[in-house]
Design a protein around this ligand. Structure first.
Ligand code: FES
Ligand code: FES
Length: 206
């Protein structure tokens, strides 16, 4: 490396540090002048107590009374308060469909709705589909068609398929693919999932 290179390098380093310093000072200055009240540097912040609400969730035909913070999602209420862990948390931001449940018969991504918003509604989860030892036709079709590998997406796929068929959106493979497109499968079991949904839809039509 030449002297000039070394000089250039240290000059770059110097200017980079300067920028970082200026940036940090600027950020604090902006925070201070912006009227932000929850900023604390090097000190613990204390959040105000969250408001809670008494909610009645009618899950799989059983009334469940829970007291939850108003920011708790339906997904977390089901898994952590009601104890039904068949509904899975994948992305927790509405992208994968692993958390799909039925609310008043409509498919809903339970990570995208708050428990307090579903007060008094009829919620069906994967645990509520079978009748005793008898699987729901969609569950049976998924097993028959080997429509899963790791199974993480499967409860969401099955709930979505139940609604897809009920909505009348399972008339062709292309339609099934389109109307099931909100449910992702990282194992790539899509062909088998489509087969299973088609079978179940045919079975219900016969
Ligand atoms: Fe709800 Fe992914 S966990 S959409
Ligand atoms: Fe593994 Fe779908 S079966 S993610």
């Amino acid at each position: 490396m030449s002297d000039t290179d070394e000089h250039d390098h240290s000059a770059d380093e110097h200017s980079r540090r300067s920028v970082l310093k200026v940036g940090a000072v600027g950020a604090v200055a902006v925070a201070a002048s912006g009227g932000m009240t929850a900023i604390a540097v090097g000190a613990e912040t204390t959040l105000p107590p969250a408001s809670t609400a008494d909610v009645t969730l009618r899950v799989n035909g059983v009334e469940r009374h829970v007291t939850v913070e108003s920011r708790v999602t339906l997904l977390d209420a089901l898994r952590e308060r009601v104890g039904l862990t068949g509904t899975k948390k994948g992305c927790d931001r509405g992208e994968c469909g692993a958390c799909t449940v039925l609310v008043d018969g409509e498919r809903v991504k339970s990570c995208m709705t708050l428990a307090v918003m579903e007060d008094g509604r009829e919620i069906t989860t994967i645990e509520g589909l079978a009748r005793g030892d008898e699987l729901h036709p969609v569950q049976a079709a998924f097993i028959r068609r080997d429509a899963f590998q790791c199974g993480f997406c499967t409860s969401g796929q099955v709930m979505s398929a139940v609604a897809c068929i009920r909505e009348g959106h399972a008339g062709s493979d292309a339609e099934i693919r389109e109307w099931m497109s909100g449910n992702l499968c990282r194992c790539g079991c899509y062909p088998n999932i489509v087969d299973a949904v088609r079978d179940a839809a045919k079975g219900q039509a016969e």
